[in-house]
Design a protein around this ligand. Structure first.
Ligand SMILES: Nc1ncnc2c1ncn2[C@@H]1O[C@H](COP(=O)(O)OP(=O)(O)OP(=O)(O)O)[C@@H](O)[C@H]1O
Length: 302
């Protein structure tokens, strides 16, 4: 659906995208995740044909965004970061206007219903809430009936409920066959929505994988804490091959180890007749993986 190979883009002396390659399959929600200034927006702007790349190859639905820009605009829906419309433009007017740009637009009234904007049809843009503006900008990205939609910072500035509603909406859009590229720096959003993710740091792809596989690959250690019902010798715990560290906080025992550590610790305690009270286990999250993988990446560069 989309293929990016060795993309490079600089602004004067600033290298925004150094060397980015990835491929997006039909029907997936593909996330681009990375810290501020990583080059995410520049990458998608090159995909959308809004910026010319300096080097590399891009193919979107078999089109070259630079060469076939007019045709691409017809087939790719774009939600821009901070999209602004004139304050006085009404919701229905905006949708009608945008739909006139396309050869084969979808029914904008139906789209307005789907996005929960029907009762705002006559409301002016300037009077919409943040969440409503966001929904309108998604509707405008979809009004041309695109096969691919590129959404940048989809839920930035939304409250938690509006963010969840937007996620449900995006899943619904995907289930109707639209391939989605999503730029985000919210881990929760990436974890919840994306089938695969490209982790970008300093203009390069650190890795591409599913959120779960990323968390697992980072091999972030398991952290276990509990209050033993009777004292346990730290050395016994520390000697377990799956345990790397044993410390204390008050009467809590804190253990770090690999993914087998929990089983090893609980069976040792059971053999000694000790109960692990208030047991808590923290697993690697996507956020841990992100920090771990970007840190490894900058180490390998230095
Ligand atoms: N129009 C521009 N002119 C000059 N430098 C730019 C321009 N746009 C972006 N940059 C620089 O290029 C780098 C990458 O920016 P980009 O916006 O692509 O990153 P990003 O990952 O999308 O960041 P954010 O999460 O903050 O949106 C940054 O160092 C940024 O300052």
């Amino acid at each position: 659906m989309i293929e990016v190979r060795n993309l490079h883009k600089r602004y004067g002396d600033t290298v925004a995208v150094d060397d980015v390659s990835f491929a997006v399959q039909e029907g997936e929600i593909f996330g681009i995740l990375g810290p501020n200034g990583a080059g995410k927006t520049t990458t998608v702007e090159c995909i959308e044909g809004l910026r010319n790349r300096d080097r590399g190859e891009i193919s979107v639905l078999g089109l070259d965004p630079q060469r076939d820009r007019a045709e691409l605009t017809q087939r790719v829906g774009v939600q821009l970061q901070d999209s602004q419309l004139p304050d006085r433009l009404r919701v229905a007017e905006a949708l009608e206007l945008y739909s006139s740009f396309y050869r084969d637009p979808t029914d904008w009234r139906a789209l307005m219903d789907t996005l929960g904007l029907a009762d705002k049809a006559d409301t002016r843009f300037g009077k919409l809430s943040g969440g409503q503006k966001q929904r309108l900008s998604i509707a405008l990205a979809l009004v041309g009936g695109p096969r691919v939609a590129v959404l940048d910072e989809l839920t930035t500035g939304l409250d938690p409920q509006a963010r969840r509603d937007t996620w449900a909406l995006i899943e619904d859009v995907r289930s109707r066959g639209v391939t989605i590229v999503l730029v985000t720096h919210f881990m929760e959003e990436a974890e919840r929505l994306c089938d695969r993710l490209a982790l970008i740091d300093a203009g390069r792809v650190v890795t591409v994988d599913s959120p779960a596989a990323l968390a697992e690959r980072a091999q972030v250690q398991q952290r276990i804490q509990f209050r033993p019902s009777a004292p346990v010798d730290d050395r016994l715990l520390a000697d377990l091959p799956d345990v790397t560290e044993v410390t204390h906080r008050g009467d809590l025992v804190l253990i770090t180890g690999n993914s087998n550590a929990l089983g090893a610790v609980t069976s040792l305690l059971a053999r000694r007749g000790v109960v692990a009270q208030q047991l808590r286990v923290e697993q690697a999250s996507l956020e841990d993986a992100f920090v771990e993988l970007t840190a490894k990446h900058s180490d390998s560069k230095n």
